[in-house]
Design a protein around this ligand. Structure first.
Ligand code: FAD
Ligand code: NAP
Length: 544
């Protein structure tokens, strides 16, 4: 890797410094790897993190049952072959505590902690036209200037807390799955209400139901879920992956979502019903989001999609004993256009006598009361309330920071009609600002750890390139950005993804513009990023 000269503004790592080469916001997997790469370039960089530890998603989401839904062997870094060999996952799908231990291990193994400033929420990042530098201010009142600013703030880090009428009147504790108490919560003997039935709810409901005296589940949209078939990792398969980890990664990276979904390009409609059912059955028993890789047109053709949707619906009907209840749990939308979930005993939990499903699809929650909540004329009572209501995804964390580019342009203003980026990495008018897994990149529609690494590698190579050539600023051009935004949209509209009210579209947040935010297709995206760099950062304007 090329080493570049330290810039004149580089300061050493003593506390209290205010002038740096780079500020990185966020100490999740993206932020800590970014720090590692910038340090390797000889740059003075500091990570500012709101929490008091590393891990991001895995630091905040400590609800019962939280775990990854991409195989542990794939949901990990690959930048260090040694790290890859030495780390041993214990389960097929690792738990939140194990992933958090991994994030801490990586931080210490690469001696990153000393350049991470915890309990520091960034309030504003303002570009100064005169100096060509960023001024970053924190809620603690510090101000740091830097040549480069990297937003590693996460796509699912800004919680969505619907402002129900009467919320302030609830007499018991209220939790959000995305900001769970570190000490854990004991629900024994408690009556609990949970709002939401997305991935977080689907993971936590079976465990909360085992503990609580009673659990009320408030469902607005029923979700499709496939059993995780989780268990201890098979040591033989670990050995065979580790024998040539690089080849395993390379193979998976060629898949549409950058993950081993064993995607079959055939059409679901080209095979006999019996064969199709056998395939769905096999994938159901294997247990993976790769259920949707069964056929190449499941996310393109409504008719093909319906075959997979109906298979899952029948599974729900066979698991849930009360037929009327089963019908309430049966999703009606296209399968996959909201994220498919992976569960351990979710649907069967509704056979328990202490679990009640309340359908709020047509009669919304009207208000939170001191002892529960009200839907039409019925008040449901409980002692504790859980919001499993998700996130202001992809743009939320960025727009919470007052980011201002050239001429004082606010990012929020620029993105008022939806996020606009070039490759999800940069946005016109905001020189030397990079976003990791930003809107317009595969991001949440990929295995995120390899996507994070790909972005961090690209950004560090870009910084190395401009820094060595004495380039003062690098900025996406309006033209390149417009073409990319159009392309991201065009690709999405060749699929079924825009067909339902998903957070990919911003539809879960009242007033948020409906723009399909992630880019569909890891392999073509990676090729495009490489081409842009190889052509001297085509689509970017470089000033000296
Ligand atoms: P994050 O981990 O979100 O880290 C961002 C950090 O930035 C946070 O620590 C936050 O505190 C900090 N931050 C934000 N704003 C500020 C600010 N203004 N000032 C200072 N600090 C700030 N992806 C997968 O590919 N597979 C999975 O199985 C999977 N499971 C998931 C399970 C859950 C419950 C959730 C919520 C997400 C899951 N994801 C999964 C997506 C997951 O977010 C990514 O895989 C990955 O962890 C994101 O890392 P990151 O560093 O980009 O962002
Ligand atoms: P989510 O998928 O957005 O689910 C939020 C749930 O809350 C939905 O059921 C939603 O209903 C409901 N909701 C929101 N506002 C509501 C309101 N005002 N009234 C009633 N219901 C309301 O959020 P999430 O479950 O936290 O998951 C977010 C993403 O994080 C996932 O899609 C996934 O990418 C990631 N994740 C992954 C895992 C994993 O398995 N590894 C686990 C958790 C999270 P509607 O559907 O009707 O909007």
């Amino acid at each position: 890797m090329p080493v570049i000269q330290k810039s004149a503004v580089t300061s050493q790592t003593e506390p209290g410094r205010t002038s740096l080469d780079a500020v990185i916001v966020g100490a999740g997997f993206a932020g800590i790897y970014m720090l590692h790469r910038l340090r390797q370039l000889g740059l003075a960089a500091r990570v500012l993190e709101a929490g008091d530890g590393v891990g991001g998603t895995w630091y905040w989401n400590r609800y019962p049952g939280a775990r990854c839904d991409v195989l542990s062997m794939e949901y990990s870094y690959q930048f260090s072959p040694e790290l890859q060999q030495e780390w041993a996952w214990s389960e097929r799908y690792a738990t939140q505590p194990e992933i958090l231990r991994y994030a801490n291990h990586v931080t210490d193994r690469f001696d990153l902690r000393r350049d991470i400033q915890f309990n520091t929420r960034v309030r504003a990042a303002v570009f100064d036209d005169a100096s060509g530098r960023w001024a970053i201010t924190t809620e603690r009142g510090e101000s740091i200037t830097a040549t480069y600013c990297v937003m590693a703030t996460g796509c699912l880090s800004s919680t969505n807390r619907p402002q129900f009428k009467g919320l302030e009147n609830f007499s018991g504790p209220i939790y959000h799955t995305g900001d769970w108490p570190h000490a854990g919560v004991d629900f024994s003997g408690q009556r609990v209400g949970i709002i939401g039935t997305g991935s977080s709810a689907i993971q936590s409901i079976p465990l909360i139901a085992e503990q609580a005296a009673h659990l009320h589940v408030f469902q607005r949209t029923a979700s499709y879920s496939v059993p995780a078939q989780n268990g201890p990792l098979d040591l033989d398969s670990v050995k065979s992956i580790k024998a040539d980890y690089a080849a395993y990664r390379a193979r998976n990276w060629q898949q549409p979502f950058g993950v081993d979904f064993r995607t079959n390009p055939e059409s679901a409609l080209s095979v006999a019903v019996e064969e199709r059912t056998r395939e769905y059955e096999a994938r159901w028993h294997y247990g993976s989001l790769g259920f949707l890789g069964a056929y190449g047109d499941l996310l393109v053709s409504g008719e093909a999609n319906e075959t997979a949707a109906e298979f899952i619906r029948d599974k729900i009907r066979s698991i849930v004993k009360d037929p009327a209840l089963a019908e309430k749990l049966v999703p009606r939308q296209v399968v996959g256009c909201k994220r498919l979930c992976l569960d351990s005993g979710y649907y069967a939990t509704f056979n328990r006598p202490n679990v009640t499903l309340v359908d709020v699809s047509t009669t919304p929650i009207e208000e939170i009361t001191p002892h529960g909540l009200r839907v039409q004329d019925t008040e449901y009572t409980f002692d504790r309330l859980i919001f499993a209501t998700g996130f202001d995804a992809m743009t939320g964390a960025l727009e919470k920071i007052d980011i201002r580019g050239k001429g004082g342009l606010a990012l929020k203003t620029k993105w008022a009609a939806g996020p606009r980026t070039y490759l999800g990495l940069a946005t016109a008018g905001f020189p030397n600002l990079f976003t990791i897994t930003g809107p317009g990149s595969p991001s949440v529609l990929s295995n995120m750890l390899p996507s994070i690494e790909q972005h961090v590698n690209w950004v560090s190579e870009c910084i190395d390139y401009v820094h060595r050539r004495g380039v003062r600023t690098i900025e996406a051009t309006e033209d390149a950005e417009s073409q990319w935004v159009e392309h991201v949209n065009a690709v999405a509209h060749t699929t079924l993804y825009p067909n339902c009210n998903s957070w990919y579209l911003g539809a879960n947040i009242p007033g948020k513009p409906r723009i399909f935010m992630p880019y569909l297709g890891v392999p073509p995206y990676v090729v495009k990023c490489k081409e842009v760099a190889a052509r001297g950062y085509e689509g970017f304007a470089l000033t000296v």
